[in-house]
Ligand binder design. Structure first.
Ligand SMILES: Cc1ncc(C[n+]2csc(CCOP(=O)(O)OP(=O)(O)O)c2C)c(N)n1
Length: 590
């Protein structure tokens, strides 16, 4: 039986079928649904860890203990988890460990565009790359087998188009292996698992030798396959690029790589010898092309296809035509293929804060303070844009507080605010905040606490006290954490009480000690709160534009006045508090 599955659902299914019993992740688009899907299978433990490094350490611990584990993350999450990836490459494991990492070419939802194949190379671990959901399922299981066969963590690379496309998946009639009747025995092997320099020096040659063995294995790995067609053009490719190239070059010969690191040298040489022209079709970093060139083989790739951004059948076709790789008679066929897959022209709809979102009130007041604002990543980042214009930096998760401290130490005389969300605080805000206290900078940190990880689709985190599998556990309160760190000046308030917020913020900015404000208002997507929308009294409205500066979608500027769209408005009444002419009338009181 076949079922349509998202790539992300198929990764989870593959891990479950292969007997992975522990899963850990931190949400991040396009990887989030992997752990959400995995959590629904019986007999597994699945968790949201506070960040990706913790998630990977959890997976490694389970695998050390003899239990197969799945860890999933987005590409920037692998930066956070990189330390753990490298040491686990040295130690190896006991049971299989698969890390599914989802890259985001074109940065649909990311701050940087990265190619995780570079991590496989740097950490000397194997990496597989599926081209559809069926392979996503298969490769996750194979990765767990290879992990045990070669005693190494194994990476499986996804990209947005694999993670978020649904294609048919064969549903297995073989159930996953049963749970062991006895608890696993932990093998205490310090030489293998204690990476002090003396032990690490003995492990490094093992890692290098292991990679050679995997490379040898890659030569006969059935998912590295040569598909011979017309010998005039040979294409080395993998993943989504394989799908696009197949459409645009229907007659060419292909070397489709299922294992994208290490690369099968002999197979590549053999393929190159059988074709007249060799090209590589790969998104982002020219990993295959550089390797093939290093082998001394003539190859083209980056001179034809761009190194920046996501490929599509249309892009591959355009590049192929420009390079003269497809003939006129192929053009119509390629065009037909590309047209079916071409993206329709949709209206541009930039993301914006929801009506009623607590971040809007907070950033309105922050902007009015005139302070320098070191921001972070979450829904609130949208406050950098007009009309709020209230954030002056955004780097990576957890960066804002450290930057604020650095700016202060750099000697800037502005009043300095660091802002981050509650999930970001749990992810990577705690350590830089400790540093503000310890190394003394007069930074005001604001945790915009909407009680959820909103940006990635409302996931739980330690601050909510509800686990991924729905259990109510300990709610780790940010106020208790910051009190425990040693902060003396802490305020907790509702950002929609903007007069109070403005007063408290002034007080914090003018004080001579580092301080924390927790601006707490649950996410409107979560509460689904809706009240009767206010209306504008046209006679009183002077069209001053003050309300337009909070950037709330229901507020629409008409000829000489502002009107409120009652369908878009959720009745939070923030605009009433902003209007200097008292022209917006509360309908909830009437
Ligand atoms: C290292 C890393 N992991 C995951 C993400 C995806 N991501 C972006 S913001 C964010 C957290 C947002 O939650 P929060 O800080 O509570 O702010 P909110 O969106 O709720 O306003 C996540 C998980 C990322 N950008 N970087």
């Amino acid at each position: 039986m076949k079922k349509m599955m998202l790539g992300n659902e198929a990764f989870a299914y593959g891990a479950y079928l292969a007997g992975a019993r522990v899963g850990a992740a931190y949400p991040g688009t396009p990887s989030t649904e992997i752990m959400e899907a995995y959590a629904t299978y019986p007999g597994v433990h699945a968790e949201w860890a506070p960040n990706e490094k913790v998630a990977l350490d959890v997976g490694i611990g389970a695998a050390y203990a003899g239990t197969r584990a799945l860890v999933s993350l987005k590409q920037v999450g692998l930066n956070v988890a990189a330390d753990a990836l490298f040491y686990s490459s040295y130690t190896g494991l006991k049971a299989g460990l698969v890390l599914v990492v989802a890259d985001d070419p074109s940065m649909h939802s990311s701050s940087t565009e990265q190619d995780s194949r570079s991590y496989a190379k740097a950490a000397k671990v194997p990496m597989l790359e599926p081209a559809d959901s069926e392979e996503a399922k298969l490769f996750t299981g194979i990765a767990l087998d290879l992990s045990e066969k070669f005693d190494t963590p194994v990476l499986v690379r996804s990209v947005t188009r694999i993670s978020h496309s649904a294609t048919p998946v064969e549903i297995s009639d073989v159930p996953p292996p049963p749970a062991p009747s006895e608890p696993p025995m932990y093998d205490r092997q310090p030489l293998k698992f204690v990476m002090v320099p003396a032990n690490a020096r003995t492990r490094h040659p093992i890692v290098v030798e292991r990679l050679e063995q995997v490379k040898e294995f890659a030569e006969t790995f059935p998912h590295n396959r040569i598909e011979m067609g017309d010998e005039s053009l040979g294409i080395v490719t993998s993943g989504t690029s394989y799908q696009y190239a197949r459409e645009i070059f229907p007659n060419a010969s292909f070397l489709k790589l299922g294992m994208v690191w290490p690369l099968p040298e002999k197979m590549i040489r053999e393929f190159a010898s059988r074709v007249k022209t060799l090209i590589v079709v790969e998104e982002l970093v020219p990993v295959f092309e550089e390797y093939i060139r290093w082998l001394g083989l003539p190859v083209r790739g980056r001179d034809i296809f761009p190194e920046i951004g996501e490929f599509s059948p249309h892009l591959v076709k355009e590049c192929a035509l420009a390079a003269g790789l497809i003939e006129e008679e192929d053009k119509a066929k390629a065009e037909a293929a590309a047209t079916t897959a071409a993206t329709p022209q949709l209206p541009n709809r930039p993301p914006m804060l929801c009506a009623g979102c607590g971040h809007r009130a907070l950033f309105h007041v922050i902007r009015e303070s005139g302070a320098l604002v070191l921001g972070d990543i979450g829904c609130y980042t949208l406050s950098f844009a007009p009309p709020l214009n209230a954030i002056h930096t955004t780097g990576c998760m957890g960066a804002g507080i450290g930057q604020a401290h650095g700016v202060a130490k750099g000697g800037v005389k502005d009043r300095i605010i660091a802002v981050l969300g509650d999930s970001t605080f749990m992810h990577s805000g705690i350590h830089p905040l400790i540093n503000v206290l310890y190394n003394e900078s007069n930074v005001t940190t604001i945790i915009s606490d909407n009680r959820v990880t909103a940006m990635t689709g409302s996931q739980q985190h330690p601050g909510t006290g509800i686990t991924l599998q729905g259990k109510h556990t300990t709610e780790v309160k940010p106020e208790e954490l910051v009190r425990g760190m040693g902060f003396k000046k802490i305020d907790i308030l509702d950002p929609h009480d903007i007069d109070n917020l403005a007063k408290v913020l002034e007080d914090h900015l003018n004080s001579n000690q580092p301080s924390v404000i927790i601006a707490r208002r649950p996410c409107v997507i979560l509460t689904k709160e809706r009240h009767t929308p206010p209306i504008v009294d046209k006679e009183l409205c002077v069209d001053c534009g003050s309300c337009m500066e909070i950037g709330c979608t229901p507020l629409i500027q008409e000829d000489g006045y502002v009107r409120i769209d009652p369908i878009l408005c959720n009745g939070c009444n923030l605009c009433i508090k902003i209007c200097p002419a008292e022209a917006i009338i509360d309908q909830q009181k009437e």
